[in-house]
Ligand binder design. Structure first.
Ligand code: ATP
Length: 473
């Protein structure tokens, strides 16, 4: 199972998708950089999300708020007081763990052994103790369950402490004047504090939404599973403002809409599942995740939350500025309720990569390729002259000129055609277009299809429309 994740990580690095950050200094834990093909894939995913949100919905507009925000924002949102993870240290290995993750892993082990009831009881016990903030009892639970440190193998644990996930830094150059501010741990608050600005200036009427893509930062302690959990990542969030009382209808609608979006991306139905939250965050009256079956199990890709009027109300309280909307249809002032859809661009990237990764044996030969939907593939087509002479490169360059304004195209003339096909398979290019001697005579080329490796003869004049059609949903 996890060998598959290892293969994907190695592939991502080898073929220009994702590298560990500052790798020459041995990397920085839970921070990653995107390479030549990675950045194309990520941009395609972000553009797709942005366009489906803002273009296909005439009642959703975008914003781009700053990463730094007034520190009171995070008091109002609850992040200063309650954006914590319970941590525990092993005294022998000096390693720090998330207490809840240690317990979840134990429960997963019970479940694997067939003892579902024991697993569920353990999870329930943990949820109760965390809810009651009884950290001493969480530690006892860990000890009583015989949970040991994977490194030292001992159960010599410290007490459990709450650890805030926000990164802080100083603004102001003179030490005395400097004040502590945070790197935003979510993009949502930039939307909430701009709610009235956007509503008024874009002349929006409830129900309407505000979408945003941007970096978020969390000091995650359990940083594993590649880009699944990063310390610096990108979120794509949309807050949809609705009339109080209508929020659960909208919640249902957005849950369905978002699930359809993932299926349209080419994710098979059986690899997606909906997980409804039983335990709700302090601000929510309904919440669910869309989960994908990663090589390490079903895990959250996107969250859909009915956040009530918690955030706007709280900002009204802290800022002393009214956050109300006058609804002309019912002649009433109110603070809107909010449905949020929140997805990590990096996690979406990982889902797409895992789903596309094919490593199969065909007639005794290993073949690896990435079967991205052409609309999100980093490179749409590779233009390949069969040889480097007889005017074939020039003819191929003409085709590049024709296509490059609308599609990300690669031109390659080195190595045998077979090797060049293989290389395009590895980065997930859906079409290889070969230019040969016949092309000079009749202006046709060979299109070789990535997934089937089938080839067909097509007129050059048809290439643009063929690509346009293939690269849309
Ligand atoms: P988790 O339970 O996995 O920590 P969460 O419930 O804290 O996630 P939210 O706060 O709801 O996540 O964030 C919304 C989305 O942002 C998640 O569905 C995920 O796609 C993404 N996300 C959250 N934290 C990270 C992270 N550390 N690295 C990458 N993506 C993240």
């Amino acid at each position: 199972e996890n060998t598959q994740l290892k293969d994907i990580i190695a592939h991502a690095k080898e073929y220009g998708f994702v590298y560990p950050s500052s790798e020459i200094y041995d990397g920085l834990q839970a921070v990653y950089d995107y390479g030549a093909y990675g950045v194309e894939l990520k941009n395609n995913l972000k553009r797709l999300w942005w366009e489906t949100m803002t273009r296909l919905n005439d009642n959703i507009v975008g914003i781009d708020a700053a990463i730094f925000m007034h520190p009171t924002t995070w008091k109002a949102s609850g992040h200063v007081d309650s954006f914590n993870d319970p941590m525990i240290d092993n005294k022998d290995s000096k390693k720090r763990y998330r207490a809840d993750v240690l317990i979840e892993e134990k429960a997963a082990q019970y479940e694997k052994e067939g003892d579902k009831e024991r697993a569920q009881n353990l999870l329930n016990a943990m949820a109760r103790l965390l809810e009651a903030e009884d950290l001493a009892a969480v530690r006892e639970l860990i000890i009583n369950e015989g949970i040991t440190c994977p490194i030292s193998g001992t159960s010599n644990w410290t007490e459990v402490r709450q650890f805030n996930l926000m990164f802080s830094t100083q603004v102001g150059s003179v030490a005395e004047d400097a004040s502590t501010i945070y790197l935003r741990p979510e993009t949502a608050q930039g939307i909430f504090v701009n709610f009235l600005n956007v509503q008024k200036t874009a002349r929006m009427k409830v129900p309407f939404g505000i979408a945003q893509i941007g970096k978020a930062f969390r000091n995650e302690i359990v940083a594993r599973q590649f880009i699944f959990r990063m310390r610096e990542f990108e979120q794509m969030e949309m807050q949809f403002f609705v009339r109080p009382g209508s929020e659960l209808d909208w919640y249902k609608q957005w849950a369905e809409t978002r699930m359809r979006w993932h299926k349209a991306l080419g994710i098979p139905e059986q690899k997606l599942r909906r997980h409804d939250h039983e335990k709700l965050a302090h601000y929510a009256n309904a919440a669910m995740d869309i989960e994908f079956e990663f090589p390490f199990g079903f895990k959250e890709v996107e969250g859909i939350h009915s956040r009530t009027d918690f955030d706007l109300k709280s900002h009204q309280e802290y800022s002393k500025k009214k956050q109300q909307y006058f609804d002309p249809e019912i002649n009433q002032n109110y603070i809107p309720f909010v449905i949020e859809t929140s997805i990590g661009a990096d996690r979406l990237f990982l889902m797409t990569l895992c789903n596309a990764f094919v490593d199969e044996e065909v007639e005794g030969k290993q073949r690896t390729y990435l079967k991205f939907h052409p609309a999100i593939a980093p490179v749409k087509a590779a233009i390949l002259p069969l040889t480097k002479k007889d005017g074939l490169p020039e003819k191929a360059q003409e085709i590049v000129e024709n296509l490059k304004y609308d599609f990300n195209i690669i031109y390659e003339e080195a190595a045998s055609i077979g090797k060049r096909y293989t290389r395009q398979d590895l980065i997930g290019t859906p079409f290889c277009i070969a230019v040969d001697h016949q092309t000079l005579e009749d202006n046709t080329v060979t299109i070789r299809h990535r997934d089937t490796t089938e080839q067909e003869r097509v007129a050059i004049s048809e290439l643009h429309s063929r690509l346009t059609e293939a690269c849309s949903f």
